[in-house]
Design a protein around this ligand. Structure first.
Ligand code: TYD
Length: 233
């Protein structure tokens, strides 16, 4: 069934900011790309960025962060670099992106820092909270999809990937703490964070995510007509 989507008017309405989160191997990047396609096919303007990365400077920071050679990196250096990459992405891409598009999707954002550097590395949460707020220029996602899988499934999926980066090489206990971090965040922010069961089929999860997005777009007045278009059924 196709949807007949009518945009409100030509006046630029600020877009919505949607993020995907989850442990490595959860399938969140596949989900983010699949949702991007769905949103674009509906006739809306949408862009997808990844974290860390998405700008010239942030991609370079990504290389420093993920290189398996950098085994001596301190946890503080790590959290500062993730935040630096985010600050650059936010100013250069996310803020202009929200001005020019209906939907901006980001594959990871600051919840990853809370889960990985907070729960995983044990960095002080208040410090992380203050730092991430500044790095994100006080921008908050309107909607976050947590693609949730358990550590065993994540390990199984990751083992099929050829080369692992510095963070993916962390031990099982680290991953358990990160997963718990994401789940705690979802409990703390139930209005923003939607849990998707990452063991399910990609298409099924895309449909669930798309429905949530439509509701949000309607609320924001970006879409006014989501009636099924009978000609296309
Ligand atoms: P990602 O791009 O999701 O990995 P991949 O290319 O394998 O899909 O993220 C890179 C790694 O960075 C991932 O292991 C999670 C980690 N990460 C943090 O530890 N903190 C953060 O704030 C972010 C954004 C990512």
């Amino acid at each position: 069934m196709e949807l007949n989507i009518t945009k409100m008017n030509d006046k630029k309405t600020n877009g919505i900011f949607v993020t995907f989160e989850g442990i490595d191997g959860s399938g969140k990047s596949t989900q983010a790309s699949s949702l991007l396609r769905k949103v674009q096919e509906s006739g809306l303007n949408a862009v997808l960025f990844r974290e860390p990365g998405g700008t010239r400077i942030s991609e370079q920071i990504r290389q420093i962060l993920l290189s398996t050679k950098h085994t001596e990196m301190s946890s503080i250096t790590e959290v500062l670099l993730y935040s630096a990459a985010r600050a650059q992405l936010t100013e250069e891409m996310v803020i202009p992106g929200l001005r020019d598009n209906d939907v901006v999707i980001c594959d990871r954002y600051y919840d990853s820092t809370t889960a990985y550097q907070g729960y995983g590395r044990g960095i002080d949460m208040e410090f992380i909270s203050a730092l991430t707020k500044e790095a994100a220029r006080k921008i908050e996602p309107d909607l976050t999809f947590l693609v949730d899988v358990d550590a065993d499934l994540a390990e199984k999926r990751s083992s099929t990937i050829g080369r692992k980066d510095r963070i993916e090489l962390e031990n099982y206990e680290f991953k358990i703490r990160v997963i718990q971090g994401f789940r705690d965040l979802a409990e703390k922010f139930p209005d923003r964070i939607v849990i998707l069961d990452g063991s399910k089929e990609v298409e099924q999860l895309t449909e669930t995510a798309w429905k949530k997005i439509q509701t949000l777009l309607e609320k924001k007045g970006i879409i006014i007509n989501l009636e099924a278009n009978s000609e296309n059924i």
